[in-house]
Design a protein around this ligand. Sequence first.
Ligand code: KE4
Length: 429
Amino acid sequence: MSPFLPGPTSHSLWERALRRIPGGVNSPVRAFRGVGGEPFLVNRAKGCTITDVDGRDYIDFVGTWGPAILGHAPQVVIDAVTETAKYGTSFGIPNPLEVEMAETICRMVPSVEKVRMTNSGTEAVMSAIRLARGATGRDRIVKFEGCYHGHVDSLLVKAGSGALTLGQPDSAGIPASLASLTSTVPFNDIEALKHVFQEKGSEIACVILEPVPANAGLYLPEPGYLEAIRNLCNEHGALLIFDEVMTGFRLAPGGAQEIYGITPDLTTMGKVIGGGLPVGAFGGRADIMDQLAPLGPVYQAGTLSGNPLALAAGLAQLKEMERINGWALLESIGAQMEEAMRCSIKGKPLTFQRIGSMFCLYFCGGPVRNLEDAKKSDTVAFARYFHAALREGIYFAPSQYEAGFLSTAHTSEDLARVADAIARILSQL
Ligand code: KE4
């Protein structure tokens, strides 16, 4: 069935989805549980516009949760995937695109001396955690409240994103014995982290964090905080893992670590480097990465790891971002949005926070520095805002605890239209 011909309505498809897919969705955050109402189904997108199956257009500020940095269906990606697919979709044998992607990632992210591809961010994080444990011979992991690192057993502890939205930051199905090996601390509180290291420093294999936490909205590391974490890891022989699945290749060519000047031991990546196709990657110091099979004792594998279509899409996207200096454009677009949003929220109990092309409008006073602050948000008011925007053809992330994403496809005219709508909506909330 062509995605463009009139077909089943969004509602009828949703009814069918509910019968055969848990909660109607293949990922919980899509279910609108954080905002109420019935999700719509989309079967086409171009630039910054998504179109539901009933033909309604929306300006999209989710960008399929980060991959669509050039907007949806950029021609360079479509061409790369179409051309590559003519020669096969998967080989299970080393292919040239894997070499080119590895060299590209290592060039753009200097802390990454070697890298391995996976099929999702979760898989990248799961692998990095196992590698950290195998390389150090230690079992304990330290993570930060509200950070989300995919649905990895050891990390679904006080997690953000959908887990937080659904009020299940500690998932069922995870053995207490495993969760007990994960210590959590508040973000932007170096004393709390120092305390964990004082108590258990010799047990800690790694500290993993989103250098810019964007799964409880969006808040930023305070000056010196990331450096203090780096120093504590050095002092205690723990590895520092930056989860840059969302920030990587988006905030800068080299991600958040380029902006903040911190060198992690391992980095997890995803989203942008797949151009919208399934992808993840983890990489870092060669002496650690060489602990991986087939060289070393830490096993890790994947049938479709290094898939040629995903890598063709990701490489096309990275090359285009470099060709147009997309990061400078994203900063300009982000600054325009920030200026408009700040005008709209003046005098209201709202907080707008942004870095580059990632942002969050919190329905609480600010600044928002950590999960505790973020949870002060009025999620009922946020839900009203979300639906009012949707009625105006504007699609924000369906949860207060998610970040928004801009792309190079968002134009000044788009942002001006959105600013007018948001100003009107917020004045009426
Ligand atoms: P995936 O397994 O969903 O590809 O990546 C997991 C992941 C890892 N690390 C970070 C920092 C992430 O943000 C994510 C996934 N991001 C969410 C958005 N908050 C994906 C959306 C979803 O779960 O459907």
